[in-house]
Write a new protein. Structure first.
Ligand SMILES: Nc1ncnc2c1ncn2[C@@H]1O[C@H](COP(=O)(O)OP(=O)(O)OP(=O)(O)O)[C@@H](O)[C@H]1O
Ligand SMILES: [Mg+2]
Length: 291
């Protein structure tokens, strides 16, 4: 599958420019959409799942125009919205049964088999008889991913699925998505948590105020930050000074003061050492320093 996003802009009726000339090519595998609050991630996802028509621009799915072939493309889509919730008084398996019907699985036997398979896959088989809206936050998210996957979509769109999850549950979730991305499928994952964009995302985009400020492999993003990533050791007064002048990423106490990682154009006047950048350095670098 291939999604081509061309000159996509979204201006809300109140003049909020949520997307500004977004251009992206997305192919099979896990695609990470990283950006701070308000960057336009959910807006882009709502357009991709045909819930919203953009102000201008096109989306092509395998060469077909998203809006002209809405019905056809919808049948290939799975979506976990940012504000996903189930209904009260419905058991976990019943909720999935309802979703499976919506996804067009008419045969009851096939549906039940599919639900059991999904429950196993997301680790909820033991919880199948429990009320869906009484599950823990992490388990609800897993119900969310199960409902998105129930119709075996070729395109899976998940909007900030890790919000509110504890670190272990986050890792679990990430592994689940990685596993899913091994099959022939596009998975688009939006997040504002740098750690969610693991090395398993072959491709990613950085969204900043509705614009794509980077598109490519995470390793390339990291490489671009290298010239701007420094480390210095300073005393208390030096720490205060550098905090006022530059973007401080991390501060670690050491024997003779503080070891500080910094993002800066240059660090003239400090005895700065280059330091190996990571994705967090790169993210801050793009958000605060570059374009
Ligand atoms: N229905 C709407 N009407 C007007 N403005 C909106 C609407 N929905 C979103 N916006 C605005 O569009 C911009 C992008 O919002 P969006 O929800 O797409 O960002 P996001 O990246 O998903 O943020 P978050 O990380 O907080 O979920 C924001 O400035 C937001 O206030
Ligand atoms: Mg959002």
């Amino acid at each position: 599958m291939k999604i081509s996003i061309r000159h996509l802009s979204q201006i809300y009726p109140n003049k909020n420019r949520a997307l500004d000339d977004v251009n992206l090519e997305i192919s099979d595998g896990l695609f990470g959409l990283l950006g701070p609050n308000g960057a336009g991630k959910s807006t882009l996802m709502r357009i991709l799942v045909t819930l919203m028509k953009p102000t201008s621009g096109d989306v092509l799915v395998d060469g077909l125009d998203l809006h002209k072939h809405r019905k056809e493309i919808r049948s290939k889509l799975g979506y976990l919205p940012q504000d996903f919730s189930t209904f009260p008084k419905i058991k976990t398996w019943e909720f999935l049964d309802y979703c499976a019907r919506l996804a067009g699985i008419k045969d009851k036997k096939i549906r039940i088999a599919r639900i059991d398979e999904m429950l196993e896959r997301v680790g909820l088989f033991e919880a199948r008889e429990k009320l869906a809206n009484k599950l823990s936050g992490g388990m609800k998210r897993r119900v969310g991913i199960a409902q998105a996957l129930i119709g075996d979509p070729k395109i899976l769109i998940v909007d900030e699925p890790t919000t509110g999850l504890d670190p272990e549950e986050r890792i679990r979730f990430r592994n689940l998505l990685t596993e899913m991305s091994r099959e022939e499928r596009i998975i688009i994952l939006s997040t504002h948590i740098v750690g969610d964009i693991s090395s398993t995302c072959r491709d990613m985009a950085l969204l900043k105020q509705g614009r794509v400020s980077f598109n490519g492999a995470p390793e390339i993003l990291i490489e671009k930050a290298r010239p701007y990533t420094f480390q210095i050791v300073v005393d208390d007064a030096g720490l205060e000074k550098v905090k006022q002048e530059h973007i401080v990423i991390s501060t670690v106490p050491v024997e003779n003061g503080w070891q500080v990682d910094i993002i800066a154009e240059n660090l003239n006047g400090y005895n700065a050492q280059p330091v190996e950048p990571n994705l967090e350095h790169a993210y801050v670098c793009f958000m605060e320093l570059l374009n």
